[in-house]
Design a protein around this ligand. Structure first.
Ligand code: ADP
Ligand code: DP6
Ligand code: CO
Length: 364
């Protein structure tokens, strides 16, 4: 009860961006703790573009933990939600809500229930890392509500990782490495920031939404099947990725676009080859995805050096990296190959910054 005897409600809201891997995570060595077979590197996107927004509330009137995702109630019974919430409750502290003056003690958090309302501003389960934005946001918002401070750097990322592996990387901006770690308890399997994005401020990211349909094979079950059946996956995790991680860190620290582009495209292609090497094979890309690869490859070949780099997560949607000076040329090529459907105007087909629209001659 509140200080005046009335029932109360205390809430927090936060937003977390999605991230796209340039050196991919695909395969776990521990399914429960979500420990990966290899380290990975990603770039966190601008939350104005792709993000989850989550409000978490608590009240003595609530009788169960509940989640509404994109306006529909979904079950919280999955092991992933259960372990994230348990890890957070274990770390809850005494807090005083500034707005209401309500004091909630460490002991209270053990019994108080949470209502979680989350919305993604981009397609869910379509290969644009909604699980990353979603779980990073959930963990961050609950941690704010419960007054949780990290007891070691990266602690919150170890909790987000329990929701979805890729989520640990969304707790930082810019380029982020998820260290696979060596320990069995996962305490060293954390996300660490690499170069800040603004330090590579002439790099632009173009997202081509090829399909917003939910994928048929979730990332979780896809990678389980690959671990069980793909020899390429094990070779990749052991022999290929460790070298690529070092090379990618070097390319990022030097702002070497050419090496960055070669590594990014090669790693996306090997990840999708691993999916094809899985039995039964998994096809995340479609014909449109392959046409985008063709477009970038032809452009890079005709110029004699990388002008752009593509990558595809577990879905058909393309993420293209391009130096600012080549951004306009990339957009013109994309629009020539994929003109807007009849009747749709360019400004609703291409959505983005003023800079991007100006490159196309669109006035906003
Ligand atoms: P994606 O490629 O979008 O990451 P995944 O198959 O990895 O697809 O994960 C999709 C799942 O992530 C959803 O079915 C849901 O369980 C969870 N998820 C997505 N968005 C959120 C969110 N905002 N809050 C909580 N969970 C979310
Ligand atoms: C292809 O993190 O969605 O996007 O840990 O099972 O939730 P779970 O899987 P998820 O897998 C992401 C796979 C990827 C590559 C990456 O983000 O590194
Ligand atoms: Co995901």
């Amino acid at each position: 009860m509140g200080t005046d005897g009335s029932a109360w409600i205390v809430s927090r809201t936060a937003r977390a961006p999605s991230n796209i891997a340039v050196i991919k995570y695909w395969g776990k060595r521990d399914e429960d703790l979500i420990l990966p077979l290899n380290s990975s590197i990603s770039v966190t996107l601008d939350p104005n573009d792709l993000s989850a927004t989550t409000t978490v509330s608590t009240s003595p009137d609530f009788d169960a933990d509940r989640l509404w995702l994109n306006d529909k109630e979904v079950s919280l019974s999955s092991h992933r939600y259960v372990s994230c919430l348990k890890e957070l409750r274990d770390r809850a502290t005494d807090v005083k809500d500034e707005k209401t003056g309500i004091v909630i003690t460490k002991e209270d958090w053990k019994h108080l229930k949470l209502h979680i309302v989350s919305k993604n501003n981009f397609p869910t389960a379509a290969g644009l890392a909604s699980s990353a934005a979603g779980f990073a946001c959930l963990v961050f918002t609950v941690a704010q509500l419960m007054g949780i401070k990290e007891s070691f750097p990266g602690e919150l990322s170890t909790i987000a990782r329990r929701g979805s592996g890729s989520a640990c990387r969304s707790l930082h901006g810019g380029f982020v490495k998820w260290e696979m770690g060596k320990r069995d308890d996962g305490k060293d399997s954390i996300a660490v920031p690499l170069a800040e994005h603004h330090e590579w401020d002439d790099l632009r990211i173009v997202i081509c939404v090829v399909s917003s349909r939910q994928k048929e094979v979730s990332s979780t079950s896809g990678m389980q099947e690959s671990v069980q059946t793909s020899p390429l996956l094990h070779y990749r995790a052991k022999e290929v990725v460790p070298k690529r991680i070092t090379e990618m860190e070097e390319a990022l620290s030097k702002r070497d676009f050419s090496s960055f582009a070669k590594l990014t495209c090669a790693d996306s292609n090997q990840f999708h080859a691993t999916c094809l090497d899985t039995s039964p094979p998994i096809f995340y890309m479609n014909d449109t995805s392959r046409r985008i690869i063709g477009l970038v490859e032809r452009w890079n070949k005709s110029e004699g050096s990388p002008q752009a780099a593509y990558t595809f997560d577990a879905g058909p949607n393309a993420v293209i990296f391009v130096p600012q000076k080549s951004g306009g040329a990339l957009l013109h090529r994309l629009l020539y190959e994929f003109p807007p459907p009849e009747g749709m105007n360019l400004s609703s087909y291409v959505v983005g910054s003023t800079e991007l629209l100006e490159a196309l001659g669109i006035d906003k």
